[in-house]
Design a protein around this ligand. Structure first.
Ligand SMILES: [Zn+2]
Ligand SMILES: [Zn+2]
Length: 145
């Protein structure tokens, strides 16, 4: 599992890719909530519209406060920004195995087929020769199925 901490200060550009639909949003000095996306406690990024709950649903807020009790003292304020960065994984589609993100897909292939990234790269080189050939073949395969 890889933990990603979005957003390091000083006027940085941020970019977020939904693990569910692969949509990427980016901009300067913006937080994930402004893109209507959330990051779960396991680091998955997800558009709000894939979620089966509203982000300010009392269930979600309560789950968030249980995991991050230090925020209880702010519980009357607007916590959408905080919850967007620490979205409870019990409501995350990836954590519920309803969808899979790229990082998890890579981990799965590594575990299931015992291939590490170097071996995958070697195989791509041997099979396709160039990145161009590889990506065209991948696109064709996607179109078919
Ligand atoms: Zn999405
Ligand atoms: Zn998750």
């Amino acid at each position: 599992m890889k933990m990603r901490f979005g957003f390091v200060s000083n006027s940085s550009s941020s970019s977020f890719t939904c693990d569910h639909c692969k949509t990427t949003e980016s901009g300067y000095d913006v937080g994930i909530s402004e893109f209507e996306m959330v990051e779960c406690d396991y680091g998955h990024i997800c558009c709000v519209h894939h979620l089966s709950v509203e982000i300010d649903d009392p269930k979600v807020i309560e789950a968030f406060l249980e995991i991050h009790p230090t925020y209880r003292k702010y519980a009357n304020g607007d916590m959408i920004g905080e919850i967007s960065y620490h979205f409870p994984s019990e409501f995350c589609p990836m954590c519920n195995l309803e969808a899979i993100g790229m990082d998890d897909l890579v981990s799965y292939y590594e575990l299931r087929f015992g291939l590490n990234q170097d071996e995958v790269l070697d195989d791509i080189k041997n099979t396709f020769n160039t990145y161009d050939n590889f990506i065209k073949a991948a696109r064709d395969a996607n179109d078919e199925g």
